[in-house]
Design a protein around this ligand. Sequence first.
Ligand code: ZN
Length: 257
Amino acid sequence: MITDSHCHLDYPKLYDQLDDIVKRAEYNQVKYLLTICTTLKSFERIKLIITKYKNIYGTFGIHPHESAKYTQVDSKFILNIKNKHNKIIGIGETGLDFYYNYSEKEIQKKSFIEHISAASQLNIPIIVHSRNAEVDTYEILKSESKNSNLKVLIHCFTGSRDFAKKLIDLNFYISVSGIITFKKSIELADTVSSIPMENLLVETDSPYLAPLPYRGKDNEPSYIIHTVEKLSQIKKLPNESIVINTTNNFMKLFNLT
Ligand SMILES: [Zn+2]
């Protein structure tokens, strides 16, 4: 059974046909789904989704694109929300996006630190988005995790080999998306081959980033089988071993039994 560790089921493209999407995921052996929060509005739907479907878990957090709009979401606010919902198993997605800079850098950093603080107090993982911000992401995570057992999942990894090594040295988990199936992702595939199996998870980031052969179309959790297959080629391991290991890593990281 496969685990899609990062999807956005609250987005209209998925939410409007969720029963069918969940059925197709099950049919393709995708057993667990983690639907990731990006805004307060997104969280309203996530609450409905995790109540309705037994195999779907959720997170709470504000995406770095949106952090300027939700400056009231500090660590206290996050703790308050998490404590009301036991199927909320992670904090995020948070992090830094200096490619789009939809929110000012300083606001993104402050929000990121508030999310980290909440996650370490709750002792649950933080889901991190990082784009064009490797140095700052690493520095913040390193300094904030110094005095705590911060659990970190770097989502949709596309970074350098050096960045991957630094993350592994801090015992962080790294999730790969459909990007690894793209023809141009030769360097990324090489980097992923260097990441130990114990640190790897898989995700769709649906409705975005559909893997080959669906590239350019709307993505959905059932398509994760193509990412698993590519990862099996990259790691030179049987498909089944990728499935078992990435799901076990997910269960371990999120403390699920
Ligand atoms: Zn995402």
